[in-house]
Write a protein that binds this ligand. Sequence first.
Ligand SMILES: Cc1ncc(COP(=O)(O)O)c(C=O)c1O
Length: 299
Amino acid sequence: MTDHVSTHQAEDDLRNESILIYVNGQIVPKAQAMVSVYDSGFMLGDGVWEGIRLYNGRWAFVDEHIDRLFDAAKAIDLDIGLDKKAVLKALLDTQIANGMTGDAHARLMVTRGVKTRPFQHPKLSQRGPTMVIIMEHSRQKLPRPIRLATVPHLRGLPMTQDPKLNSHSKLNCILACIAAEKAGADEALMLDIHGFVNTTNACNFFIVRKGQVWTSTGDYCMNGITRQKVIDLCRAHEIPVYERNFSLVDTYSADEAFLTGTFGAQTPVGSIDGRVIGTGEMGPMTQRLRDLYKEMVGA
Ligand SMILES: Cc1ncc(COP(=O)(O)O)c(C=O)c1O
Protein backbone atom coordinates (compact mmCIF):
# COMPACT_ATOMS: atom_id res chain seq x y z
CA MET A 1 0.00 0.00 0.00
CA THR A 2 1.48 3.34 -0.98
CA ASP A 3 -1.07 5.92 0.12
CA HIS A 4 0.01 6.13 3.74
CA VAL A 5 -0.91 9.27 5.64
CA SER A 6 0.13 10.50 9.05
CA THR A 7 -1.54 12.49 11.79
CA HIS A 8 1.42 14.87 11.56
CA GLN A 9 1.18 15.42 7.82
CA ALA A 10 1.31 19.13 6.95
CA GLU A 11 0.69 21.06 3.76
CA ASP A 12 3.88 21.80 1.85
CA ASP A 13 5.00 25.30 2.70
CA LEU A 14 8.04 26.73 0.96
CA ARG A 15 8.48 29.29 3.73
CA ASN A 16 9.72 26.46 5.92
CA GLU A 17 12.94 26.38 3.89
CA SER A 18 13.88 29.79 5.26
CA ILE A 19 12.74 29.59 8.87
CA LEU A 20 14.92 30.68 11.77
CA ILE A 21 15.70 28.17 14.50
CA TYR A 22 16.56 28.78 18.13
CA VAL A 23 19.73 27.02 19.24
CA ASN A 24 21.03 27.73 22.74
CA GLY A 25 20.05 31.39 22.85
CA GLN A 26 20.89 32.18 19.20
CA ILE A 27 18.24 32.40 16.48
CA VAL A 28 19.87 31.27 13.24
CA PRO A 29 18.89 30.28 9.69
CA LYS A 30 17.81 26.67 9.30
CA ALA A 31 20.97 25.72 7.37
CA GLN A 32 23.13 26.94 10.25
CA ALA A 33 21.10 25.34 13.04
CA MET A 34 23.38 22.55 14.24
CA VAL A 35 24.09 20.55 17.37
CA SER A 36 27.17 18.50 18.17
CA VAL A 37 27.49 14.84 17.21
CA TYR A 38 28.40 14.46 20.90
CA ASP A 39 25.01 15.82 21.96
CA SER A 40 23.20 13.61 24.47
CA GLY A 41 20.02 13.91 22.45
CA PHE A 42 21.65 12.74 19.23
CA MET A 43 23.75 10.06 20.85
CA LEU A 44 21.28 8.55 23.33
CA GLY A 45 17.89 10.20 22.97
CA ASP A 46 18.60 11.76 26.36
CA GLY A 47 16.27 14.74 26.41
CA VAL A 48 12.67 15.90 26.65
CA TRP A 49 10.49 17.96 24.35
CA GLU A 50 7.13 19.61 23.77
CA GLY A 51 5.06 20.23 20.66
CA ILE A 52 3.20 23.55 20.94
CA ARG A 53 0.83 25.17 18.48
CA LEU A 54 0.12 28.75 17.49
CA TYR A 55 -3.45 29.70 16.58
CA ASN A 56 -4.24 33.29 15.64
CA GLY A 57 -1.42 34.82 17.66
CA ARG A 58 -1.85 32.59 20.73
CA TRP A 59 0.20 29.57 21.75
CA ALA A 60 -2.45 27.09 22.87
CA PHE A 61 -2.12 26.02 26.52
CA VAL A 62 1.46 27.23 26.55
CA ASP A 63 1.75 27.31 30.36
CA GLU A 64 0.65 23.69 30.57
CA HIS A 65 3.20 22.69 27.94
CA ILE A 66 5.99 24.50 29.78
CA ASP A 67 4.90 22.96 33.09
CA ARG A 68 4.97 19.49 31.51
CA LEU A 69 8.42 20.17 30.06
CA PHE A 70 9.75 21.15 33.48
CA ASP A 71 8.08 18.15 35.12
CA ALA A 72 9.70 15.81 32.59
CA ALA A 73 13.09 17.51 32.96
CA LYS A 74 12.88 17.12 36.72
CA ALA A 75 11.95 13.47 36.35
CA ILE A 76 15.06 12.79 34.28
CA ASP A 77 17.19 15.06 36.49
CA LEU A 78 17.96 17.49 33.69
CA ASP A 79 18.53 21.11 34.63
CA ILE A 80 17.06 23.25 31.84
CA GLY A 81 19.19 26.15 33.06
CA LEU A 82 16.38 28.66 32.42
CA ASP A 83 13.24 29.36 34.37
CA LYS A 84 9.77 28.97 32.88
CA LYS A 85 9.53 32.66 31.96
CA ALA A 86 12.81 32.47 30.08
CA VAL A 87 11.67 29.38 28.16
CA LEU A 88 8.46 31.19 27.19
CA LYS A 89 10.54 34.20 26.11
CA ALA A 90 12.71 31.96 23.90
CA LEU A 91 9.54 30.64 22.25
CA LEU A 92 8.14 34.15 21.70
CA ASP A 93 11.47 35.50 20.46
CA THR A 94 11.62 32.68 17.91
CA GLN A 95 8.06 33.45 16.84
CA ILE A 96 8.82 37.15 16.42
CA ALA A 97 12.04 36.43 14.53
CA ASN A 98 10.03 34.26 12.14
CA GLY A 99 7.18 36.77 11.86
CA MET A 100 4.65 34.02 12.55
CA THR A 101 1.12 34.97 13.57
CA GLY A 102 -0.82 31.72 13.26
CA ASP A 103 -0.81 28.14 11.97
CA ALA A 104 2.66 27.44 13.30
CA HIS A 105 3.98 24.45 15.22
CA ALA A 106 6.96 24.54 17.56
CA ARG A 107 9.03 21.60 18.70
CA LEU A 108 10.87 22.73 21.80
CA MET A 109 13.63 20.32 22.76
CA VAL A 110 16.03 20.20 25.66
CA THR A 111 18.78 17.60 25.93
CA ARG A 112 21.36 16.89 28.61
CA GLY A 113 23.91 18.64 26.41
CA VAL A 114 27.26 17.84 24.87
CA LYS A 115 29.21 14.84 26.12
CA THR A 116 32.93 14.67 26.58
CA ARG A 117 33.04 11.03 25.44
CA PRO A 118 30.68 8.97 23.28
CA PHE A 119 29.28 6.87 26.15
CA GLN A 120 26.09 6.67 28.14
CA HIS A 121 26.94 7.94 31.62
CA PRO A 122 25.03 11.20 32.24
CA LYS A 123 28.06 12.68 34.02
CA LEU A 124 29.77 12.75 30.62
CA SER A 125 27.26 15.42 29.54
CA GLN A 126 29.29 18.41 30.70
CA ARG A 127 28.37 21.22 28.35
CA GLY A 128 24.78 22.16 28.15
CA PRO A 129 21.92 21.58 28.26
CA THR A 130 21.15 21.97 24.56
CA MET A 131 17.91 23.77 23.82
CA VAL A 132 16.47 23.97 20.31
CA ILE A 133 13.16 25.36 19.05
CA ILE A 134 12.11 24.41 15.53
CA MET A 135 9.12 26.49 14.52
CA GLU A 136 7.41 25.72 11.23
CA HIS A 137 4.50 27.09 9.27
CA SER A 138 2.06 24.26 9.64
CA ARG A 139 -1.43 23.25 8.57
CA GLN A 140 -2.58 19.67 8.90
CA LYS A 141 -3.23 18.00 5.54
CA LEU A 142 -5.31 14.91 6.02
CA PRO A 143 -6.81 13.53 2.82
CA ARG A 144 -8.79 10.86 4.65
CA PRO A 145 -9.34 9.40 8.12
CA ILE A 146 -6.40 7.51 9.63
CA ARG A 147 -6.07 3.72 9.38
CA LEU A 148 -4.73 2.07 12.49
CA ALA A 149 -3.30 -1.38 13.09
CA THR A 150 -2.70 -2.93 16.49
CA VAL A 151 0.91 -3.95 17.00
CA PRO A 152 2.85 -6.17 19.43
CA HIS A 153 4.65 -3.19 20.97
CA LEU A 154 3.10 -2.39 24.35
CA ARG A 155 2.81 0.71 26.45
CA GLY A 156 5.10 -0.25 29.27
CA LEU A 157 5.13 0.08 33.01
CA PRO A 158 6.23 3.36 34.58
CA MET A 159 9.32 1.78 36.12
CA THR A 160 10.89 0.97 32.77
CA GLN A 161 10.67 4.06 30.57
CA ASP A 162 7.60 5.83 31.84
CA PRO A 163 5.30 6.24 28.82
CA LYS A 164 4.20 9.58 30.28
CA LEU A 165 7.60 11.08 29.50
CA ASN A 166 7.93 13.01 26.26
CA SER A 167 11.47 11.73 25.89
CA HIS A 168 13.61 12.21 22.80
CA SER A 169 13.97 8.48 22.60
CA LYS A 170 10.71 7.24 21.10
CA LEU A 171 12.00 3.95 19.78
CA ASN A 172 9.13 1.91 21.20
CA CYS A 173 6.65 4.19 19.44
CA ILE A 174 8.70 4.26 16.23
CA LEU A 175 8.86 0.46 16.11
CA ALA A 176 5.11 0.39 16.69
CA CYS A 177 4.58 2.81 13.79
CA ILE A 178 6.84 0.77 11.49
CA ALA A 179 4.93 -2.41 12.35
CA ALA A 180 1.62 -0.66 11.61
CA GLU A 181 2.88 0.60 8.26
CA LYS A 182 4.10 -2.86 7.33
CA ALA A 183 0.61 -4.13 8.15
CA GLY A 184 -0.77 -1.64 5.61
CA ALA A 185 -2.01 0.94 8.11
CA ASP A 186 -0.89 4.50 8.77
CA GLU A 187 -0.17 4.42 12.49
CA ALA A 188 -0.16 2.03 15.41
CA LEU A 189 -2.81 1.38 18.02
CA MET A 190 -0.95 0.28 21.14
CA LEU A 191 -2.30 -1.86 23.97
CA ASP A 192 -1.30 -1.70 27.61
CA ILE A 193 0.32 -4.56 29.49
CA HIS A 194 -3.13 -6.03 30.28
CA GLY A 195 -4.26 -5.97 26.66
CA PHE A 196 -6.56 -2.97 27.02
CA VAL A 197 -6.56 -0.40 24.25
CA ASN A 198 -4.33 2.47 25.31
CA THR A 199 -3.05 4.99 22.79
CA THR A 200 -1.36 5.34 19.42
CA ASN A 201 2.34 5.75 18.76
CA ALA A 202 2.03 9.55 18.61
CA CYS A 203 -1.45 10.55 19.80
CA ASN A 204 -4.03 9.72 22.46
CA PHE A 205 -6.98 7.57 21.46
CA PHE A 206 -10.75 7.89 22.00
CA ILE A 207 -13.81 5.93 20.95
CA VAL A 208 -17.44 6.95 20.86
CA ARG A 209 -20.13 4.40 21.74
CA LYS A 210 -23.83 5.26 21.88
CA GLY A 211 -23.17 8.92 22.60
CA GLN A 212 -20.51 8.21 25.23
CA VAL A 213 -16.87 9.16 24.82
CA TRP A 214 -14.32 6.66 26.13
CA THR A 215 -10.58 6.92 26.52
CA SER A 216 -8.07 4.84 28.44
CA THR A 217 -7.59 5.30 32.19
CA GLY A 218 -4.58 7.47 31.45
CA ASP A 219 -2.15 4.90 32.83
CA TYR A 220 0.54 3.91 30.31
CA CYS A 221 -0.05 6.83 27.92
CA MET A 222 1.19 10.37 27.53
CA ASN A 223 -0.74 12.77 29.73
CA GLY A 224 -1.79 14.54 26.56
CA ILE A 225 -2.86 18.13 26.94
CA THR A 226 -5.32 17.79 24.05
CA ARG A 227 -6.65 14.58 25.64
CA GLN A 228 -7.41 16.48 28.85
CA LYS A 229 -9.01 19.37 26.96
CA VAL A 230 -11.35 16.94 25.17
CA ILE A 231 -12.32 15.39 28.51
CA ASP A 232 -12.90 18.88 29.95
CA LEU A 233 -14.99 19.89 26.93
CA CYS A 234 -17.14 16.77 27.27
CA ARG A 235 -17.74 17.53 30.95
CA ALA A 236 -18.53 21.18 30.24
CA HIS A 237 -21.06 20.21 27.56
CA GLU A 238 -22.64 17.31 29.42
CA ILE A 239 -21.30 14.71 27.02
CA PRO A 240 -20.76 11.50 29.03
CA VAL A 241 -17.03 10.82 29.12
CA TYR A 242 -15.22 7.91 30.75
CA GLU A 243 -11.56 7.19 31.41
CA ARG A 244 -11.77 3.42 31.58
CA ASN A 245 -10.36 0.12 30.43
CA PHE A 246 -11.78 -1.20 27.18
CA SER A 247 -10.70 -3.81 24.70
CA LEU A 248 -10.49 -4.26 20.96
CA VAL A 249 -13.96 -5.81 21.00
CA ASP A 250 -15.41 -2.48 22.21
CA THR A 251 -13.17 -0.62 19.82
CA TYR A 252 -13.94 -2.39 16.55
CA SER A 253 -17.66 -1.93 17.13
CA ALA A 254 -17.41 1.73 18.20
CA ASP A 255 -19.53 4.29 16.36
CA GLU A 256 -16.51 6.59 16.01
CA ALA A 257 -12.86 6.71 16.95
CA PHE A 258 -10.51 9.68 16.97
CA LEU A 259 -7.04 10.69 18.03
CA THR A 260 -5.94 13.74 19.97
CA GLY A 261 -2.68 15.65 19.87
CA THR A 262 -1.41 19.20 19.70
CA PHE A 263 -0.62 19.01 15.99
CA GLY A 264 -3.84 17.52 14.62
CA ALA A 265 -6.26 18.47 17.43
CA GLN A 266 -8.85 15.72 16.81
CA THR A 267 -8.09 13.36 13.95
CA PRO A 268 -10.76 10.89 12.77
CA VAL A 269 -9.95 7.17 12.56
CA GLY A 270 -11.43 5.34 9.55
CA SER A 271 -10.45 1.77 10.27
CA ILE A 272 -8.62 -0.41 12.76
CA ASP A 273 -7.11 -3.76 11.75
CA GLY A 274 -9.20 -3.66 8.58
CA ARG A 275 -12.48 -3.12 10.45
CA VAL A 276 -14.26 0.04 9.33
CA ILE A 277 -15.15 2.19 12.32
CA GLY A 278 -18.69 3.59 12.02
CA THR A 279 -19.09 4.96 8.51
CA GLY A 280 -15.33 5.18 8.04
CA GLU A 281 -15.59 8.96 7.92
CA MET A 282 -15.46 11.61 10.65
CA GLY A 283 -18.47 11.04 12.90
CA PRO A 284 -20.76 13.67 14.44
CA MET A 285 -19.26 13.49 17.94
CA THR A 286 -15.71 13.88 16.60
CA GLN A 287 -16.90 16.82 14.51
CA ARG A 288 -18.63 18.39 17.50
CA LEU A 289 -15.60 18.03 19.76
CA ARG A 290 -13.38 19.36 16.99
CA ASP A 291 -15.60 22.44 16.65
CA LEU A 292 -15.66 22.99 20.41
CA TYR A 293 -11.88 22.60 20.58
CA LYS A 294 -11.37 25.04 17.70
CA GLU A 295 -13.48 27.56 19.57
CA MET A 296 -11.43 26.94 22.73
CA VAL A 297 -8.07 27.57 21.04
CA GLY A 298 -9.40 30.45 18.93
CA ALA A 299 -8.69 28.69 15.62
C1 LIG B 1 2.98 9.29 22.46
C2 LIG B 1 2.18 10.56 22.46
N1 LIG B 1 0.88 10.51 22.81
C3 LIG B 1 0.13 11.61 22.81
C4 LIG B 1 0.65 12.84 22.49
C5 LIG B 1 -0.27 14.04 22.47
O1 LIG B 1 -0.05 14.91 23.53
P1 LIG B 1 -0.53 16.43 23.43
O2 LIG B 1 -2.02 16.41 23.31
O3 LIG B 1 -0.09 17.04 24.71
O4 LIG B 1 0.11 17.01 22.23
C6 LIG B 1 1.99 12.95 22.14
C7 LIG B 1 2.58 14.27 21.84
O5 LIG B 1 3.67 14.61 22.17
C8 LIG B 1 2.80 11.78 22.14
O6 LIG B 1 4.10 11.82 21.83
